[in-house]
Design a protein around this ligand. Structure first.
Ligand SMILES: NC(=O)c1ccc[n+]([C@@H]2O[C@H](COP(=O)([O-])OP(=O)(O)OC[C@H]3O[C@@H](n4cnc5c(N)ncnc54)[C@H](OP(=O)(O)O)[C@@H]3O)[C@@H](O)[C@H]2O)c1
Length: 346
């Protein structure tokens, strides 16, 4: 199903079409808009991976959406045209998401479902049971994308009994045993595509040094106005790795401040969109997937409507984003009791 290792991933904006996305509007998302071109809504497009699968460029984020709220959010998203839901075992809400999908009537083959392998399940014997739990909860027999959630493995115990994080050093230093298990699950048909989250360039390259059968196609990382990571983005493009923007609006603590930034309010006014749409349009125009989280139907609808920004406005936002010191919003290294920075070089 997936092409063999080092087969370049084609990361290009394309129509959301073919088997998974036939119900989506048939519009193209241009990454090189002409200056002054007419602004038209560009709902959901996608990127074609080397597997041949098309991943929609907007997905609904589901972190910190409670089991009670997330079902309504998923239904609102599906009726607004989303066909990509970003899940994780650790979010604890996959069952509610699965129920909502079933009730929505949207066909499984028209949906892109991503989930993530939690840190305590990196031991090769734990990977398949963890995936199976996710599949059962989501009510599906396969995932379109399965990601390693964090580049750190922790011991199952004491995590399962006390929630305490103790680093599994061998499996953190060398993720190949975990990766090999994921490759087996691709061959079994339980996963269509594999990737990682929160990997620095160094960590990604370390993994790639192994004789991989299937290479990671995606790196889901924090990408926002506050932490735009231009170097990581340039590297990803050069390595044909698709980035997915987690916390694209700055996350729940920064979203208000993000949406009040003059650069977004001004661009929004000029092209007659909302500040949230300006943020998400800019990110999509950088060539990445965006995963805005909301449990409010009006915001969910708002967040899927992107436009192709005129080049000068795109560049204005890009300049503003890269010209202040970057600030990472999510770094759990301290909270998890680590004496190292997950995002440090090594
Ligand atoms: N792989 C990883 O380690 C990782 C890490 C972080 C995030 N993620 C993924 O990325 C997703 C998004 O990240 P995030 O949840 O941290 O942050 P986010 O999407 O940047 O921001 C979410 C916050 O913005 C609010 N919001 C959303 N749309 C809005 C709008 N149009 N106007 C005003 N407020 C709006 C939401 O509130 P309401 O819900 O009340 O609308 C929520 O408080 C996550 O849900 C998760 O799926 C992955």
């Amino acid at each position: 199903m997936l092409k063999s290792n080092f087969n370049p991933v084609v990361v290009r904006p394309c129509l959301a079409r073919a088997t998974r996305t036939t119900t989506l509007p048939n519009r193209r998302f241009s990454s090189t808009p002409e200056s002054g071109s007419s602004i038209s809504p560009s709902p959901v497009d996608g990127y074609t991976l080397s597997s041949g699968d098309t991943i929609p460029s907007v997905g609904l984020g589901t972190w910190r959406a409670s089991g009670e709220d997330v079902g309504g959010a998923v239904k609102a998203a599906l009726s607004a045209g989303y066909r990509h839901i970003d899940c994780a075992w650790e979010y604890g809400n996959e069952e509610a998401i699965g129920n909502a999908i079933q009730q929505s009537g949207v066909r499984r083959e028209d949906l892109w479902l991503t989930s993530k392998l939690w840190n305590a399940s990196h031991s090769p014997e734990d990977v398949e049971p963890a995936l199976d739990e996710t599949l059962t909860r989501l009510g599906t027999s396969y995932l379109d994308m399965y990601l390693i959630h964090w580049p750190v493995a922790i011991l199952k115990e004491p995590y399962l009994t006390s929630g305490r994080f103790v680093v599994d050093k061998p499996l953190s230093d060398d993720m190949f045993p975990t990766w090999k298990k994921l490759e087996e699950l691709v061959d079994k048909g339980k996963i269509k595509n594999v990737g990682v989250c929160n990997f620095t360039i160094w960590r990604f390259e370390q993994l790639m040094k192994n004789p991989l059968k299937y290479r990671p196609l995606v790196n889901q990382v924090e990408l926002s106005y506050w932490n735009p990571q231009p170097n990581l983005l340039a590297w990803a493009k050069s390595r044909k790795v698709l980035l997915e923007a987690s916390s694209p609006l700055g996350g729940m603590r920064k979203v208000k401040e993000t949406l009040e930034l003059p650069v977004f309010t001004e661009v929004a006014k000029l092209v007659n969109i909302t500040p949230a749409q300006a943020v998400l349009s800019w990110l999509r125009q950088r060539g990445v997937v965006v995963l805005p989280k909301s449990t409010h139907p009006d915001r969910i609808k708002e967040n899927i409507q992107a436009v192709t920004l005129p080049q000068e406005l795109f560049e204005k936002i890009e300049r503003a984003a890269v010209s202040h010191p970057p600030k990472r919003m999510i770094n759990p290294s301290g909270k998890w009791g680590f004496n190292f920075d997950i995002f440090g070089l090594t």
